[in-house]
Ligand binder design. Structure first.
Ligand SMILES: Cc1cc2nc3c(=O)[nH]c(=O)nc-3n(C[C@H](O)[C@H](O)[C@H](O)COP(=O)(O)OP(=O)(O)OC[C@H]3O[C@@H](n4cnc5c(N)ncnc54)[C@H](O)[C@@H]3O)c2cc1C
Ligand code: SF4
Length: 814
């Protein structure tokens, strides 16, 4: 029989310890875990994005059910251990589950501290520690006009405040000290942070001492010592944590502030280990993940029988995970006699940096507004090596400028030592990433993410991980990183991610914040950025016409002789005698030389003069026709066959479905053109299997296809899935289109997007994940509210962009 390893607590630290153990000695123990929370192990540090609505719980799960099954782990969920019997070597939960152990790990984490002021037990007073807290906060935020008071202006309190604000609450932060996050930031950086949060509508009250929480059963208000009364439906206490030691103490283990452990994580009982926030090592307790993961690695190796690993105290660094606020702090930056400081301020850009040196060694760093060099400074603090006097001058400008000439990003990562931390969220070092790339034959970011978890959480280290891929693989790394254009070193994926993360809502904001190398961009990046903004902020971002190509600016296709072609929309390829008559009249009136059917069942009027365009559109609009967007990086046509209406073989109403799809999707902008087709049976007369999205009706319902192409590149579609009803077909197709709109790179067709992210990934996003699919669909519907304006009508009758169509006139100079 295998020895039994029992773990109390299912948090981040023991999770990592077990990973290390399973890697080194997969079958050494029978593992049993007790978790007071009723769920699997998740990334607690990503609760803030869940609170703000930027991520879901599924996104932050570290070990899903499959992991426990794979390793034969018994997980007792919702089972709080209340007793450890060291004599009998058993642990027992509140509900009476008892398990015996050969080795025991106590990993009970911390308890949030609740200020025992009057009213602290009222309904609506919450801590910020686990998913239950987040769910309760979201519940409160759903009430109309609800307000929250967050007590504590530290890392956690501010993340809670920002999340609640994003959920639409009225939020006030109360902080006892004069500036925010005073333990991590100096007053200048604290001031900048306060200014930034205030500009987002979060009220900050410093030097504010809570006297009482007022209410009968539920929270109604918060009363301060100075008599101020603040209305509140909810109070979040984020004033600190205490290692959870009660259980260990009752079992007679040595405890101080935390459970005391040796450098191999053994407690005063050699069969009992402890790891994580509940631990005290050489008088230190820890509240950040990086050192806990190091403890976990040591423990995992020790349990696997490799005893030559020892935990040693080291510095920690902090980042605030509030999207759009860049803040980094590491080491000690208090003022002192032998200390010198180097400060850099750029008020206009809101950048502040401060380095603290003692005896020529870097001991502390605070960066606000520009934090790219955080990891590099942190490494220097940990190394403690003297800074050469000639390097001091450039030190504050970071890695690129230290040593005068800017380093290329690959040389910069090459210079980092193996133990340099690359991903702070998951505690992954350079050495681990490089060895995973080499040993596992990884070729891209996705591979590194799934194998090491680096860059899989908040993503701020993505650039560094990509540089490591380039450094390790050389030319093999996708022929070097794809960038949007020569104006930036960032790839389209990074730009899309940062637009969301930093809430960038205009082209100048993107260029400023993401360090564009040109002042106004170029013909390649401007249309791309314009599209990313439209797709990311529907209803908020106003389309920048000047950032579009000529066809999209004038809403018609320019032809080789400088004339234009006009294609009125014919829903699902249907038309009427009234429309045909109006088209014939327009052809006569404007002497349009050519009328032709397109491959998408539409009528193309070729040879229209540019200054006639508004008048042509006006006449077509008057007959009820709108732009066919035949020029657009957006939905073009939905081709249909005649289906059950007329055909002997038709199994469903393919024409009707085509019309519905087109009416739903018209006007939507996408990374590249999008064409659809609906065929009434597998004879496939609408050629659905070479379209971006194709529907083939079958007896039992609808077969959905995607990823076809029939231009310069020809390829058949692949099957997405089969659905039974027309409503489902519409929902799935729109969700697929929205996923492409959100993830595609500008000018990347659906088939290229699918090649990049994987056809199976798309299937699992749309076909297998009902909740995810519905969310894509809802976002599509939301976006369409702002998209379905006929550009022809605006220009034909409402005078929009009249200058585009007016003949050029030259006026004499006076
Ligand atoms: C909102 C939030 C944001 C954070 N952000 C960051 C950040 O940006 N960077 C960073 O480095 N760190 C951050 N942290 C801190 C980080 O999450 C913790 O340091 C880390 O999770 C501690 O890991 P742990 O395994 O020791 O404890 P935890 O992950 O807290 O796990 C403890 C587990 O033990 C269970 N448990 C407790 N008592 C018992 C019992 N008697 N029986 C059974 N189960 C029990 C609990 O239910 C819990 O699931 C954040 C924490 C929070 C709450
Ligand atoms: S695809 Fe089938 S239903 Fe449609 S026209 Fe062709 S044979 Fe008829």
């Amino acid at each position: 029989m295998k020895p039994r390893l029992v773990v109390i607590g299912n948090g981040m630290a023991p999770g990592r310890a077990l990973e290390t153990l399973f890697e080194a000695a997969p079958d050494a123990y029978e593992v049993i875990i007790f978790n007071a929370e009723p769920r699997v192990n998740y990334n607690r540090i990503m609760l803030s994005p869940v609170l703000s609505g930027e991520q879901s719980f599924d996104d932050i799960i570290i070990h899903g059910d499959g992991w426990y099954e794979e390793h034969n782990i018994t997980l007792h969920r919702g089972a709080r251990v209340t007793q450890i019997d060291r004599e009998a070597k058993t642990v027992t939960s509140a509900a009476g589950i008892t398990e015996s152990y050969d080795k025991l790990i106590i990993a009970t984490g911390s308890n949030p501290f609740i200020i025992p002021c009057p009213g602290h037990k009222l309904h609506g007073v919450l801590a910020y520690r686990d998913l239950d807290d987040v769910e309760k906060m979201i519940e409160f935020s759903n009430k109309e006009n609800s307000s929250a008071v967050v007590i504590g202006g530290g890392l956690l309190g501010l993340e809670a405040a920002a999340g609640l604000k994003m959920q639409g609450m009225d939020v006030t932060v109360l902080h006892l000290m004069p500036t925010l996050m005073e333990r991590q930031l100096d007053p200048s950086a604290g001031y900048l942070l306060e200014k930034e949060l205030s500009s987002r509508g979060i009220k900050i009250m410093t030097k504010a001492n809570t006297k009482e929480i007022v209410g009968t059963d539920c929270v109604e208000a918060v009363l301060l010592e100075d008599g101020t009364r603040l209305k509140a439906d909810m109070v979040v206490m984020a004033v600190g944590i205490r290692p959870s030691v009660e259980l260990a103490k009752e079992a007679g283990l040595d405890t101080g502030r935390g459970i005391q452990v040796s450098s191999n994580m053994q407690t005063s009982d050699p069969d009992i280990y402890s790891v994580g926030e509940c631990v005290e090592f050489e008088g230190n307790v820890y509240g950040l993940v990086a050192p806990l993961y190091e403890q976990a690695r040591v423990l995992g190796m020790h349990l696997a029988g490799e005893a030559d690993h020892a935990f040693a105290h080291s510095e920690t660094s902090t980042k605030l995970k509030v999207t759009g606020v860049d803040l980094f702090s590491a080491g000690d930056f208090a003022e002192g006699e032998n200390r010198e400081e180097i400060v850099f301020r750029d008020a206009a850009r809101g950048i502040y940096k401060r380095l603290v040196l003692e005896e020529d060694r870097l001991i502390g760093a605070v960066l606000y507004g520009e934090t790219a060099d955080g990891a590099w400074f942190f490494q220097k603090i940990k190394e403690g090596a003297p800074i050469a006097s000639e390097d001091r001058e450039n030190l504050i400008f970071g890695q690129s400028f230290s040593g005068a000439a800017p380093l290329d990003p690959t040389a910069a990562v090459a210079a980092l030592p193996d133990d340099a931390e690359i991903c702070g969220c998951n505690g992954v070092s350079k050495g681990k990433i490089v060895s995973a790339i080499e040993k596992e034959g990884l070729k891209d970011l996705a591979g590194v993410r799934s194998c090491t978890k680096a860059s899989a959480s908040c993503g701020t280290c993505t650039g560094l991980v990509e540089s490591l891929l380039a450094y390790t693989l050389g030319d093999e790394f996708g022929g070097t990183k794809v960038t949007v254009c020569g104006c930036t070193d960032l790839g389209p994926g990074d730009v899309r991610r940062l637009i969301v993360a930093k809430e960038l809502k205009s082209i100048p904001a993107i260029m400023q914040e993401l360090g564009w190398k040109t002042s106004g961009g170029c013909a390649k990046c401007r249309p791309a950025l314009n599209y990313y903004l439209i797709a990311t902020w529907p209803g908020e971002y106003v389309d920048d016409q000047q950032s579009r190509f000529i066809n999209e600016r004038v809403h018609a296709n320019i032809q080789k002789d400088g004339t234009y072609s006009v294609v009125p929309r014919a829903w699902g390829g249907l038309t009427t005698s009234k429309e045909l008559r109006a088209i014939a009249d327009v052809v006569d009136k404007f002497e349009i030389p050519t009328v032709k059917y397109t491959g998408g069942q539409r009528i193309d009027l070729l040879g229209v003069k540019k200054d006639d365009l508004p008048a042509v559109w006006k006449d077509l609009n008057n007959a009820g026709m709108v732009s066919g967007h035949a020029y657009a990086k957006g939905l073009r046509t939905v081709k249909t066959c005649v289906g059950t209406d007329w055909c002997r073989f038709g199994t469903q109403d393919s024409t009707g479905l085509g019309v519905k799809l087109e009416k739903l999707m018209w006007g939507s902008w996408s990374p590249a053109k999008v064409k659809l087709a609906v065929s009434g049976c597998p004879r496939n007369c609408a050629e659905s299997t070479c379209k971006d999205i194709g529907v083939v009706c079958v007896d039992s319902g609808y077969e959905l296809h995607f990823g076809g192409a029939a231009g310069m590149h020809i390829q058949g579609t692949q099957i997405l899935c089969k659905v039974e009803t027309e409503e489902e077909a519409i929902e799935y197709c729109a969700a697929l289109l929205q996923a492409y709109r959100e993830q595609g790179w500008y000018l990347e067709r659906i088939y290229k997007w699918a090649d990049r992210v994987g056809y199976d990934t798309i299937r699992s996003m749309i076909a297998d994940d009902e909740e995810g699919r519905k969310a894509f669909y809802q976002r599509f519907l939301h976006s369409q509210q702002f998209a379905q304006d006929d550009p022809w009508a605006q220009r034909a009758s409402q005078g929009v962009d009249a200058h585009e169509f007016a003949p050029l006139t030259l006026e004499p100079a006076e």
